[in-house]
Write a protein that binds this ligand. Sequence first.
Ligand SMILES: Cc1ncc(COP(=O)(O)O)c(C=O)c1O
Length: 435
Amino acid sequence: MKFSANEDCIQVIDETTNVVNIINELTMHGTTNNEDPFYIFDIGDVVKKHQSWIERMPRVIPHYAVKCNDNDVVLATLAALGTSFDCASKVEISKVLSLGVQPERIIYANPCKSKSSIIYAREVGVKTMTFDCDIELQKIKKLFPDANLVLRIRCEAEIAQCALGKKFGCDPVIEAPKLLKTARSLNLNVVGISFHVGSGCADFPIYRKALGFCKVLFMKAEELGYNLTIVDIGGGFPGDNDKSIDEVSIIINQSLEEYFPEKHVRVIAEPGRFYVASAFTLITNVHSKKNIYNPLSDEIESTMLYINDGVYASFNCLLYDHQIVKPKLLKDHSETEKTIKTTIFGPTCDALDEIIVGANMPESIDLGDFIYFENMGAYTLPVASPFNGFPLPKVYHFIERDMWQMVRSMIPVEANDRFIEDFIGKTIEIVSTTA
Ligand SMILES: Cc1ncc(COP(=O)(O)O)c(C=O)c1O
């Protein structure tokens, strides 16, 4: 046996090993107890995403949106790679600071903050924060008058998994200029404009429109005596393994050239999904099955499978993130095998706990079979609850050898003691699959 089901280590693997090999081995050798769901986290996938970001949008400095997946190894890897961070709460800020990240690398991108969080941000030196209304400005004036403020405007994609404009962002034409004036009258330091087009955006030209609004507001701010230097293009970037940022990056680069050719303007983004979605694969197990019979003919009409993770845990993404998940079977099934309408439920007592409805799946799927789901890294684990006493999935970490060398080499020397031999408390195990 080569791989182990051990949450406390990072297994460094050969380039020839893929996720399915790992799942097969972990499940066949019974290293997992097979009753509980688990994740395979491919750390190298995060590294590759970062490389792709830098290649495609070299001007845009990524601030990873911690809310999307606050797994310690995700954060430590991104910190080592040199990304900055978007935090939305005190706890997120403190988690990122605890990795040795300088406060200047954090944007507090929550336009509506509690008083104590603003005070905390001031105390720990996180100066850059967003706002989108006058009452927030009054609050900041009292609690952190030296903060660097980024005005969040609303510019929503027509197609997005999660729209955010109902809750955050001011109208860019009517409200934003007024808010700039209010900030000026309070003698506050506005440094930039931000937007979020919606998470899981599929309407990429919207970034151009939003950048156009930013340009106008840069000019309006200048009339008020401000010299804005930050454009924050938010999140919304695709992250699944069958999607890329090729198309959206072309639109963003061209729009930046058009509206912000001046290189002193710092362009930042807050990608979440992009970095982590495809890095996590969830492995579930069928623990129960119920056939539905036609009362007249007694033939099986459809079937119901019950698996060990559901909408109260990882699949909360169906409800909150409007994800579409695709089940894959670990066992081989012939293409000619008879299929049957199958509904997949999670383990809890709630009928809402329904993951897949009426999909055609092989009839022979049985108790103990494994069903895995790719692209499960975004907005899954941080929201999951152990409702009904079902344990949350464990996460097993893997990384290809050359990717690990790269992460290692990027960790600053003074951080070595803390980060390397045990990377944030995880031991490093070199697993050779060829030996
Ligand atoms: C303020 C803010 N920034 C960034 C993100 C991350 O967005 P995404 O995962 O679409 O990149 C979110 C997601 O809700 C957000 O609210």
